[in-house]
Design a protein around this ligand. Sequence first.
Ligand SMILES: [Zn+2]
Ligand SMILES: [Zn+2]
Length: 166
Amino acid sequence: MGENIKTPYFDNALICKNGHIINTTANLHPEKNEQFCSVCGEKVINECDECGTKIKGSYVNEEGKFFPRKYFRPNCCHNCGKAHPWVMSNISAILELLKINGGFSDAQLENIELNLLEMVKETPKMHLISIKLTKNFSNLDINIKQKVKKIINEIFSEKVLENFRF
Ligand SMILES: [Zn+2]
Ligand SMILES: [Zn+2]
């Protein structure tokens, strides 16, 4: 019986560039691996495109069990800190919505992009930035606003969302 006890570890995750989670246990269950996302067709990655560090997957305990529902898709690489592609694609989706809404200069849009990235990274500046972004987003057309909110719920953690109401 004792030989079944193994050292717990984090498996490797496979996530498509748009953020669909393909497999959180790429080593334990390689049969679920995909080269391209079966939802959106984007390329699937298993490592940071900046430094090559494997993306953390599910925690596999000493009995070889894992809990995929407890998996949180990371926003940034835990080794080099670079934001993963799904963060960037969600942020550009927000910027596209703002362009459709109109009323933002290129400089403003650039600034909003940087601020959204700071929010994702949960830097100490996020409290100040949340006030600025709230101002930016408060006058959006209601349909656009709802869509922006949806995307923001996708990429921001609970902690950030608590500080960010618009
Ligand atoms: Zn996808
Ligand atoms: Zn990295």
